[in-house]
Design a protein around this ligand. Structure first.
Ligand code: CO
Length: 215
């Protein structure tokens, strides 16, 4: 047991939360301990201000979550790929939400980059490439606009990357209901917004890819 009050506070919060949950729903932990059946997989940024269950109002058991710096979905990342495979094949989630957020420090780092070594520099390679391709055009509106737009484009890029994973492709081949959503969260107002049309089949994916290459 820790004597650090910063840590002890968390256990106190936890006990208070358990008491509240049981007061509202005495069977909650009995019920949820036996199984999880989330309809949603959330892939978002690790940013401490973007807390998926809280901002969607979902209790434990309803949201399967993967978070990393700048909500990157990369086929060489076995962590993220395993989460997607488990969520789609085993849990059979019906929706995958890729959620970026304005003011993302990961996207900002990829654009302004002073990082030349270390794992984070490599992690942000894909976003750096996206910036290199769109920089000239986006900077016409100034740096602040460019950053907001880059956050949005990154959601698009990761959405399309998700649609190309084996798990998602096979679900569509098997005619399973699986919709991919691209959202953005506003740190300023706490609101979620849908940025792009949902993708729910291979033909919709192909259409989305052609729109993205020919804007
Ligand atoms: Co972020």
């Amino acid at each position: 047991m820790s004597e650090d009050p910063e840590i002890e506070a968390l256990f106190e919060n936890n006990r208070r939360w358990v008491a509240e949950v049981i007061r509202e729903d005495p069977e909650f932990f009995v019920r949820t301990a036996s199984q999880q059946a989330p309809k949603y997989l959330w892939i978002g940024c690790s940013d401490s201000r973007v807390t998926p269950n809280q901002i969607t109002g979902l209790p434990p058991g309803q949201l399967f979550v993967h978070r990393n710096v700048a909500n990157v979905i990369n086929r060489t990342d076995s962590n993220c790929m395993s989460v997607i495979e488990f969520a789609v094949r085993v849990l059979e989630v019906r929706h995958v939400i890729v959620c970026g957020h304005y003011g993302c420090a990961g996207v900002h780092a990829a654009m302004t980059d002073h990082l030349t070594e270390g794992p984070l520099a490599g992690w942000l390679d894909g976003i750096r490439n996206l910036w290199d391709h769109n920089k000239a055009n986006l900077l016409k509106g100034g740096m602040q606009m460019a950053e907001a737009r880059m956050v949005e484009l990154n959601v698009r890029k990761q959405m399309l990357s998700l649609c190309q994973t084996t798990a998602v492709e096979q679900a569509w081949q098997q005619r399973k209901y699986l919709h991919v959503h691209g959202w953005i969260y506003g740190l300023n107002d706490g609101l979620l917004r849908s940025l792009y049309a949902d993708i729910g089949s291979i033909s919709e994916r192909i259409r989305a890819e052609s729109e993205s290459t020919n804007p």
